[in-house]
Ligand binder design. Structure first.
Ligand code: NAP
Ligand code: MG
Length: 507
C-alpha cells in the first residue's frame, strides 16, 4: 500500500470521558422520560465519544409544544430585526470562541479530518453572521400603482414551527445552513441531529441559551430517525420540515408530511458530474477532481463522483488524477496533515465496497485503490482512494450516490454527448465544466440539470449563494436571500384609501 500516502495514528490525548448529550426542551436540559440512551463510538478511534439521551414521541411532543408556545406567544416573531441580529451575532461569537472544542468532537464522531472540521466551524460562524445581516434587512414589498384609491402591501411572515433534521456528514455546518435562517425569519424550531453525530448540535444548544434565546425558541431532541425524525415530520403543530440526507428518507418525509400539508424543504443526494473539454487546463482540472472526490472521504452530497472526459484527453487527464490521488494524505483524522479521514460506519464501508466490486465484476477497470484500508494504530474503518474507469453509464457506480472516495471516469466525443451523459441520472445537485472557451462553459451551464454549476472550479460556496438541487436532489434552496425566503410566508394586504369603495348591493 506504499503507493498511496498514509498518515498513521497521531499521538493525541483523547477525551477521558464521553460527552453527555441531553435534549434541550423549553430551555431545560433533559434525559429521556424512560432514561434510554445511545452511544456513539468514534469511526476512527473506536472509543465511546458520546452518550446521548435517546428520545421518542414523548420528547418530540414536548419539544413541539414548547416551540409552538414560543411561536404563538409571539415573543420571538415580534422581536425587531435588530434584536434578532444581535442574538445571532452573539451565537456566532460563542462558536468562534470555541472552535477547538467543537472541532474535536466533530472529528471524533464523524471521522472527518480535524483541519477540515475547524474550517467548517469557521464557515458556520460566517453563516450565523450572514443570517444576522438578513434579519436586519428583512422586508416585504409594496404596490403603489394599483390606482389612487388602493395600496397593496406584501408582508413577509415567519412560517412558524420548523422541524430541522440533519445528517452526519457535516453536522455543525448543515444545522448552521438552516437554523440561523429560520431564526432570522422569526420562526421557532425543533432540531434533530443524526444519531451518529449528535454532540456538536448539543454544544450549539448551550450557546443558544447563553446568547439569550428565549425558552422554547429552539429545542433539540436526540435520537433515531424513527421515531424522532418521523414524529417531527407528522406532528400537526409543525408548520415546516427542512431536511438534509438521503433521497430515500427525503421521499419518505414528503409522504409523511402530506397528511398535514406542511411546507417541505429538502437537500438530498447528488451524482455530480464534471465535464472536461479538450481545451481545459488539465492540471487545474486534475487537482479539482481529486479535491471533489476525496473531500470528506466522498461522504458529501456535492461529491464530484463522476468525471466525463473528452476522448482526446481522457488518458492524459486520468494519469494526472491517479498520480495526484497517491499524494493525498489518508489516515488519522486527528493529525493536522490528514486530508481524508475515516468512513462513518462499518456498514457504510461495506456499501462503498459493494459498488466497487459490482463494477469490477461487470468488467470495469480499477485504476487505483478499490478496497478498505487499515491504518496502523487505529481500529477504525477507512477506504482507499479509488478510481474506476472503462465503465458504462448504466452501471450503478456511474449513476448512484456511492458516498465514498470513489471516482467514476466516463468519456465523450462531442458537446451533446457530454450534456446527455451529465444529465443521465435522477439527481441534479451540482455540475462542473472545464474549458478555456467561455462559450463552451456558458452553453454547458445552461444545458446541465443542476442547482449549482461551477466553471473551471469545484465546490466553492458562499453564504450569499443559494444552494440546492433539481430533480431528485431536493426541493427549495438554502443560503443566500433564497435561504431566508424558505422560512417566510407571503401575506398580501390590500388597503382602500378613502371611502371610494363602490357598493356591491344596490341601495
Ligand atoms: P438518512 O437516513 O437520510 O438520515 C438523515 C437524517 O434523517 C438523520 O437525522 C436520520 O436519523 C433522519 N431520518 C432517518 N429516517 C427518518 C424518517 N423516517 N423520518 C425522519 N427522519 C429520518 O441518511 P443517513 O442514514 O445519515 O445516510 C444514508 C445515506 O444517505 C448515505 O449513505 C448517503 O448516500 C445519503 N446522505 C446524503 C446526504 C446529503 O447531504 N445529501 C447526507 C447524509 C447522507 P438517524 O439519526 O436515525 O439516521
Ligand atoms: Mg439513517
Amino acid at each position: 500500500m506504499s503507493h498511496i500516502t498514509i498518515i498513521k495514528a497521531a499521538a493525541v490525548d483523547l477525551p477521558k470521558e464521553p460527552f453527555n448529550g441531553r435534549h434541550m426542551i423549553d430551555g431545560v436540559w433533559l434525559a429521556s422520560s424512560d432514561g434510554a440512551t445511545f452511544e456513539r463510538k468514534s469511526p476512527s478511534h473506536g472509543m465511546v465519544v458520546s452518550v446521548s439521551a435517546k428520545g421518542g414521541a414523548l420528547e418530540v411532543d414536548a419539544a413541539v409544544a414548547a416551540a409552538r408556545r414560543a411561536f404563538d406567544a409571539g415573543g420571538w416573531k415580534h422581536t425587531s430585526g435588530k434584536e434578532r441580529a444581535q442574538v445571532l451575532h452573539r451565537v456566532a461569537g460563542l462558536i468562534a470562541g470555541n472552535i477547538e472544542r467543537i472541532a474535536l468532537l466533530e472529528t471524533l464522531e464523524s471521522g472527518k479530518p480535524i483541519y477540515q472540521a475547524r474550517a467548517e466551524i469557521e464557515g458556520a460562524v460566517d453563516l450565523w453572521r450572514y443570517a444576522a445581516a438578513l434579519a436586519r434587512t428583512l422586508h416585504g414589498d409594496s404596490h403603489n400603482a394599483l390606482g389612487s384609491d388602493m395600496l397593496g402591501m406584501i408582508l413577509k411572515e415567519p412560517v412558524g414551527v420548523v422541524s430541522i433534521i440533519t445528517p452526519w456528514n457535516f453536522p455543525f455546518l448543515i444545522v448552521s445552513q438552516k437554523l440561523p435562517f429560520a431564526l432570522a425569519a422569526g420562526c421557532t424550531a425543533v432540531v434533530k441531529p443524526s444519531e451518529l453525530t449528535p454532540s456538536t448540535t448539543v454544544i450549539l444548544g448551550e450557546f443558544l441559551q447563553e446568547a439569550g434565546f428565549p425558552e422554547g425558541v429552539v429545542n433539540i431532541v436526540l435520537g433515531y430517525g424513527d421515531p424522532v425524525g418521523a414524529a417531527m415530520s407528522t406532528h400537526a403543530d409543525v408548520d415546516m420540515v427542512t431536511f438534509t440526507g438521503s433521497t430515500a428518507v427525503g421521499k419518505h418525509i414528503v409522504a409523511a408530511t402530506s397528511g398535514t400539508l406542511k411546507k417541505v424543504s429538502l437537500e438530498l443526494g447528488g451524482k455530480n458530474p464534471q465535464v472536461i473539454f479538450p481545451d481545459a487546463d488539465l492540471d487545474q482540472a486534475a487537482d479539482a477532481i481529486v479535491f471533489g472526490v476525496y473531500f470528506n472521504a466522498g461522504e458529501c452530497c456535492n461529491s464530484g463522483s463522476r468525471i466525463i472526459v473528452h476522448e482526446d484527453v481522457v488518458e492524459a487527464l486520468t494519469e494526472k488524477v491517479v498520480a495526484l490521488s497517491k499524494k493525498v494524505p489518508f489516515g488519522d483524522p486527528l493529525d493536522p496533515r490528514t486530508q481524508v479521514g475515516a468512513i462513518i460506519s462499518d456498514a457504510h464501508n461495506r456499501k462503498i465496497d459493494g459498488y466497487v466490486n459490482a463494477a469490477k465484476d461487470a468488467g470495469a477497470d480499477i485504476l487505483l485503490g478499490g478496497k478498505a484500508l487499515d491504518i496502523d494504530g487505529l481500529p477504525g474503518k477507512f477506504y482507499m482512494p479509488t478510481i474506476v474507469s472503462n465503465l458504462s453509464a448504466d452501471m450503478a457506480i456511474a449513476r448512484e450516490e456511492v458516498f465514498g472516495p470513489v471516482l467514476s471516469v466516463l468519456r465523450f466525443k462531442d458537446f451533446d454527448e457530454a450534456v446527455t451523459l451529465a444529465n443521465a441520472t435522477s439527481y441534479g445537485l451540482s455540475a462542473g465544466v472545464w474549458s478555456e472557451n467561455v462559450h463552451t462553459c456558458l452553453a454547458f451551464a445552461r444545458e446541465v440539470q443542476a442547482g449549482t454549476v461551477w466553471t473551471n472550479t469545484w465546490m466553492d460556496g458562499y453564504s450569499e449563494m443559494p444552494f440546492g438541487g433539481v430533480k431528485e436532489s431536493g426541493l427549495g434552496r438554502e443560503l443566500g436571500r433564497y435561504g431566508l425566503e424558505e422560512f417566510l410566508e407571503v401575506k398580501s394586504v390590500l388597503m382602500r384609501v378613502g371611502k371610494t369603495r363602490v357598493p356591491w348591493v344596490a341601495k
